[in-house]
Design a protein around this ligand. Structure first.
Ligand code: COA
Length: 567
């Protein structure tokens, strides 16, 4: 079929639907909604059989949905309506949720139902849920709806009830007044629920040290206590703040925008507060806690199970600043000192990595110099993985990865992805040549021609397509909550396999041979020579593309066209 995706952004779910429909051999185009006449033009020229809106913040025009079947993905179960579905579900502590595929209709979310799928809502942030449980359910429902449409005989089930079209059936935006935290009155559970319902956007608006900030992300602190609302400590760039009965860690902050002022963006809390942060104890969590230590939140942790080490890391938005990369490299070195034969990198639920931290770079006094420091720091990490020859390294991607984040994974001996992961193995949309030794690792895996296609076309690919292209080695068909356990189990089997030791020996020999043919340092030097020019030339597209990305503005110029527009 010819299927046109109409979306407000080529976001994670739209990318996943795009990749999965293409895997099924449909011809798929993407149109970014905005101008209704442009949409009409695309429909005339492209003549799709079906329109699907995986993430649409505006209504489709009546003449469009009355002429052509248009299916809307609503991130809520049948009967739920409104623009803040997931926010309300988390805010109210729902444990089960769902996704509905509806026919577009006069009243938003009130059309006939083509398909639904249920999902659970574990206690994680909204965006994490959206990219995991909700995306899984959405894809299941979309594929079922497409199948039903293809039969030509399926009649979608109208939503029933006498007041079905009444506007008061729609739940309103979840506004900041409802999200507001009462530090003196709210307990940790309530504070975390409010933070999770607003994570990663829009954050919870709050007063902090005399200024207005949006708080992003939240994790429980088991031990520290203080006067409610007070800041108690820092860890991994996050601040710890006391609630009425405990404390929470808040990793990121975004300053409230002044009317008419420039866009503000999220930064690690300690970076955002800068000099206004009072003297607080910095309390890093132990990488490998003792058995009776209370469970301490940290963005990097190490665990061991016999011959398998697991270095888990999870950075908001998958963005890795210079500091993140250096801390992760220290942790990696710690892991290398442990007596294991298999080391699993990642294994968390959400983003594996999206490469260098564009927000921290944008906020730096000298963005070019910070870009340079960041790319060198991530390269150091990748180099450490590439030169690990005394054990097998597995990159375990429970969530999506892009750009340098994909290349970080490719440095491992094996790359395992949860089914549902979307990979963007390219840098072009940020106007960069890229580094992370990709000129060594990518062609080695997929061949030079395919490496050229992947980096040149700059399109998202599903885990299944990545496996077919031999970009990755294994797809784990499990639920997000099972990914950690499943990778642990499979890594145990790998460590116990009779060939593990011979693979380690062969790996060392192959690395030595590759080093003789062309040293790793030469790949790095060549990649960084181009990157240096791109970073330190103020007119290079990277700077405008980065500023647009960070400010959430459309990318300027042709280089920034992210969505594969239909011809
Ligand atoms: N630096 C800083 N923040 C980043 C980031 C990066 N490299 N990559 C993603 N993020 C943030 C986004 O700003 C967004 O923040 P928000 O939740 O506050 O809105 C969040 O992570 C999710 O990203 P978003 O773009 O909304 O998700 P998506 O699924 O639609 O798209 C990507 C995912 C990875 C394709 C897209 O984020 C991207 O192109 N990132 C940049 C990759 C890159 O060029 N890295 C630098 C070169 S190594």
């Amino acid at each position: 079929m010819r299927i046109l995706l109409v979306a407000s952004a080529f976001n994670s779910l739209t990318q996943r639907v795009y990749a999965e429909l293409r895997d099924l051999r449909h011809t798929v185009g993407v149109h970014l909604a905005g101008d209704d006449d442009e949409l009409r033009g695309v429909l005339r020229r492209w003549a799709p059989d079906l329109v699907i809106a995986p993430m649409l913040r505006t209504a489709l025009p009546r003449d469009v949905w009355s002429a052509l079947p248009c299916l809307i993905v609503h991130p809520g179960p049948p009967g739920d309506r409104g623009p803040s579905s997931l926010d309300w579900a988390i805010h109210e502590g729902a444990a089960d949720w769902g996704v509905t595929v509806l026919q577009a209709d006069e009243v938003m979310d009130a059309g006939a139902v083509w398909a639904t799928a249920a999902c659970s809502l574990p206690t994680v942030g909204k965006s994490d849920l959206y990219r995991n449980e909700v995306s899984d359910a959405a894809v299941e429902a979309v594929l079922r709806a497409v199948e039903r449409f293809a039969t030509g005989t399926f009649t979608p089930r109208p939503q029933s009830g006498p007041d079905w079209r009444a506007p008061d059936r729609t739940r309103p935006w979840l506004r900041q007044e409802a999200r507001r935290i009462d530090w003196a009155g709210d307990g940790t559970d309530t504070v975390l629920r409010k933070l999770r319902a607003a994570d990663s956007q829009p954050g919870v608006l709050d007063d902090l040290l005399g200024a207005a900030w949006y708080l992003h992300g939240g994790h429980p602190e088991p031990v520290l206590r203080g006067r409610p609302g007070d800041l108690l400590a820092t860890r991994a760039g996050a601040v710890c703040r006391a609630t009425s009965d405990g404390a929470v860690w808040i990793p990121e902050l975004r300053r409230r925008r002044h009317p008419g002022g420039p866009a503000t963006f999220k930064l690690p809390a300690v970076v955002a507060l800068g000099d206004t942060l009072p003297a607080l104890p910095d309390l890093p969590a132990p990488l490998l806690p003792a058995r009776d230590d209370p469970p301490a939140w940290s963005d990097i942790r190490y665990r061991e199970d016999g011959p398998v080490g697991r270095l888990h890391f999870s950075f908001p938005g998958g963005a890795m600043s210079t500091g993140h990369c250096r801390r992760l490299l220290d942790a990696y070195r710690f892991a290398l000192d442990r007596p294991t034969s298999v080391l699993v990198l990642g294994g968390g639920r959400d983003f594996f990595s999206n490469g260098i931290h564009l927000n921290v770079i944008e906020a730096a006094p000298d963005p070019a110099a910070e870009s340079w420091a960041n790319i060198n720091a991530i390269d150091d990490l990748v180099e450490a993985v590439l030169t690990t020859t005394d054990r097998l390294v597995v990159a375990a991607l429970g969530g999506n990865a892009a750009a340098g984040g994909v290349m970080l994974a490719l440095a491992a001996d094996e790359v395992w992805c949860r089914r549902g992961v979307v990979l963007n193995p390219h840098y072009r949309l940020m106007g960069l040549h890229g580094s992370e030794y990709w000129t060594y690792t990518l062609p080695r895996r997929v061949g030079a021609a395919e490496a050229g296609r992947l980096t040149g076309r700059a399109l998202p690919m599903s885990a299944a397509a990545a496996l077919r292209a031999r970009l990755i080695d294994r797809v784990l068909p499990c639920a997000p909550r099972d990914f950690g356990l499943e990778t642990g189990r499979l890594a145990g089997l790998l460590a116990a396999s009779p060939t593990a030791q011979s693979r380690i020996a062969a790996k060392k020999a192959a690395r030595d041979a590759d080093e003789l043919a062309k040293p790793l340092a030469a790949y790095r030097r060549e990649e960084l020579a181009v990157m240096h020019r791109q970073f330190f030339t103020p007119e290079a597209p990277y700077h405008a593309l980065r500023a647009a990305f960070v400010g959430k503005r459309p990318a300027p110029g042709p280089g920034g066209a992210a969505a594969p527009t239909p011809g």
